[in-house]
Design a protein around this ligand. Sequence first.
Ligand code: FES
Length: 110
Amino acid sequence: MTGFEQVARVDEITPARPKRVNVGDRECVLLSVGGQLFAIENLCPHQRYSVFHQAVVDHYTITCPMHSWSFDLRTGKAITGSGRLNIFECRVENNMVWVKKQDTGTDFAD
Ligand code: FES
């Protein structure tokens, strides 16, 4: 898969256990919600703490443990606070998770 990096086995990611992985020079968090996989950069738009691997996830809402800004995993948009998550495209093939590398800077704009 051109531009994608193999990062984990599917069974390593459960709703109760997000997984922190490196994709190129970025740190991402893989999450499983409702049977769907998400890959987000582990970098909060607020003060850029890398703590989403410890975040609370409720349905499709992820809440940063630092100051409780929350975001929609499907769109990346802020629910409380401002800015947006940096979402990475991910795919599953042969029971492995592949995440597309990003070369450009993180865009936290609305
Ligand atoms: S660093 Fe995430 S809400 Fe402040």
